[in-house]
Design a binder for this molecule. Structure first.
Ligand code: ISJ
Length: 363
């Protein structure tokens, strides 16, 4: 036997030993999480086991402690799955998402809650809201803005009619692929299916590579992937989940025009989330239509040195809501400077609603 094979044997023995240690430690961790659940139940019979702020703290701590060689995001993803499995022992989190199966929203849901969560596809954004409001699921996941295409208006509009709260956010890098089935004549692609947002995100690539193919907008990328299964001259633009779900092959990968194309999703629920340490707050404010409105609204944020991360205006649908602003900023509503700003804004606004304070997306 050569030296290398002796080394290899030794290394494998060492790995076996480490795996046994990891196994025991994960089991011990799972028992601890089970005990936490018993304590929570003893305090409150309707206790929510899943704690967004605690999970964010666990992941951030792991990332800060990590010394490599695995990078911190990779390590956090492993711990994400361990937490998800521990939680599922007591009660798997039930999550409604904008479907159908195979959409980026499902991918975002699993990225946030881990693979042990039970994810349920809904046909429309308002259905996700309704399922959460009715208590049929613990949380919902809806897209809210894309780095290339901007805000998902429908999600913002649905907040205006709902008492739902924002409990978290998750940002997903969006990679689009050109996909076909095994029976597609790759040299004869004359039609491409996708969601309008995806067409917009791949416009330049399509103009350069498929200028003459008909672009047919459909309700989701997953729907596009499903359609190409039965058409020999069609292709779809969709992501990895849809490709896997429908067994499609890639003609071209990562065809999005902007390399850092990403979408932000909101986790919606019925819960007020306590402070995690690095938080964001989302509010909706209605202001009267008069000169200086925007200045009056933003001035307190500037004075209290609060970082705005997003500002959107939507047309009002009632008389009172002359101007409706959706504002995201850094900080939690329980922090004194945030509480002070909210109080001041309240005085200047026709109406103010805090949609939620929640941990800034970790993964
Ligand atoms: C164990 C707890 O409950 C759940 C499980 C967690 C975990 O496995 O670390 C963290 C937060 C909760 O979602 C807890 O609240 O500490």
């Amino acid at each position: 036997m050569s030296d290398t094979s002796i080394n290899l044997d030794e290394l494998r023995q060492r790995i076996d030993q480490l795996d046994s240690d990891i196994l025991n430690l994960i089991s011990e961790r799972a028992s601890c999480a089970q005990q936490v659940a018993h304590v929570k139940l003893a305090e409150d019979k309707d206790a929510v086991f899943y704690r967004p702020e605690r999970e964010a703290q666990v992941l951030r701590r792991i990332m800060a402690l990590n010394k490599g060689p695995l990078d911190s995001e990779e390590m956090a993803r492993l711990f994400r799955e361990i937490m998800s499995a521990c939680l599922a022992l007591e009660q798997p989190v039930k999550v409604a998402y904008l479907g159908p199966e195979g959409t980026f929203t499902q991918q975002a849901a699993l990225k946030h809650f881990g693979e042990s969560a039970v994810s349920l596809p809904m046909a429309a954004i308002d259905e996700v809201f309704r399922e959460v409001e009715a208590g049929a699921v613990h949380y919902g996941v809806v897209p809210v803005e894309n780095s290339t295409e901007g805000v998902v208006n429908h999600t913002l509009d649905t907040f205006m009619d709902s008492s739902i709260k924002i409990c978290g956010e998750v940002v997903l890098r969006i990679h689009h692929h050109l996909l076909v089935s095994e029976t597609t004549r790759r040299d004869k692609v004359s039609r491409i299916y996708s969601h309008p947002q995806s067409f917009a995100q791949c416009r330049k690539w399509l103009d350069a590579h498929y200028p003459h193919a008909e672009r047919v907008p459909v309700s989701s990328n997953a729907e596009a992937a499903k359609l190409v299964k039965t058409e020999w001259h069609s292709a779809a633009i969709a992501g990895d989940m849809a490709a896997k779900l429908y067994g499609l092959e890639h003609i071209a990968e990562k065809i999005e025009d902007s390399p850092d194309n990403s979408t932000r999703f909101l986790i919606i629920g019925n819960q007020d989330v306590p402070m995690a340490g690095e938080d964001k707050t989302s509010i909706v404010v209605a202001m009267r239509n008069q000169p200086g409105t925007l200045h009056a609204l933003l001035e307190p944020f500037h004075r209290h040195q609060i970082d705005l991360t997003r500002l959107e205006t939507r047309p009002s649908r009632t008389g009172v809501w002359n101007y409706v602003f959706f504002i995201d900023f850094k900080g939690h509503r329980d922090e004194p400077n945030v509480a002070a700003v909210l109080e001041e804004v309240q005085l200047r606004a026709a109406e103010l609603r805090v949609l939620g304070s929640y941990p800034i997306g970790v993964l």
